[in-house]
Design a protein around this ligand. Sequence first.
Ligand code: PMP
Length: 373
Amino acid sequence: MPEPFRLSQRVLDIRPSGIRKFFELGLSMTDPIDLSIGQAHFDVSDEVKAAAITAINEGRNRYTVTQGIPPLREALLARYAKRFGDVSDYDVMVTSGVSGGLMLSFMALLNPGDEILVPDPYFVMYKHLATMVGAKAVTYDIYPEFRVDAAKIRSKITERTRLIVVNSPSNPTGVALTEAEARALAKLADETGVPLISDEIYEDFIFEQRHYSPREFTQNCIVLSGASKSLGMPGWRIGWMLAPKSLSERMYTVQQFSFVCAPAPLQWAVLKGLDQDFSAHRQEYQAKRDMVYEGVREHYRTVKPEGAFYMFPYLPQGADSARFMEACIKQQLLVVPGSACSDKGTNFRLCFAATDEKLKRGVDILNTVAKSL
Ligand code: PMP
């Protein structure tokens, strides 16, 4: 890099996402079976697309208030009131995706030297965002069954711990909190005074049980969610966050001086999509989960996902992760090495948000690879 561009320590301390690398590789291949990137395989509904076009044509193209358009915030707050009871001291703010909400909450709550607890395996952004604000992500291990154990988290709390991040249903494991686990996390937050950040972006993608949020059982919890996955619009950058009013007001200021607001016409379109019935997609994804799980379980030890659209199988006994990845790529199959979302390299992530045809081909390749290693 030419002088005088000297990189900040902040940037030197973070690594590019190991997942994006595979996304880019997929773009350069002719007909890959790309089970690497985590986005729903369906498009935005026609009704919501039309609402976005109408909003643009009606001139809703100016800045919105930083916290988001009032009707969208009101609709979301009403939804949370139904689920969590009295939320009168809480506020919903519209963010630039859940990523934006994570950034704002970390900036508002963490000082250099602070620690946050994140699950291992984790959604890769938690660690890097913590680094960017000078904090440190400490992991709590959820192997081998990927269940969240509040007692294990408690043992990792130090005087520096400021936040506990939970993600259910989980990226990359697909495991979802049970009611008892959500209650135990809530109790942990109440007893230790360390608040939770609950990333619920996959809340609609839940198969047998209902979605449980720790926020049902404690107020010491910020809830993050968004439209990227459920409404099939990861490129639209709309998310939201339920947080105490006094904290939200601080985060408005951070958003005002950074992202300003989430995309204006798209906030109006999301409002239109909020009440869409998700049950057909849910059934479709459950069927995909079943197909892939049944397809690979003979050759791979796998925890059956309860939600989201990921599976995190263990590599075949004794297999080397790099050799496994190479063998998959040779056959045009893209999955993500576990080391991109974990401190361990014993697993790989596959995303089953793909057509049944691609999933079938992917399963066949995985079984061929397992036999060849
Ligand atoms: N949280 C989790 C667990 C995710 O998997 C993702 C997207 N991969 C995000 C947050 C970010 O989503 P977005 O910024 O698109 O809302």
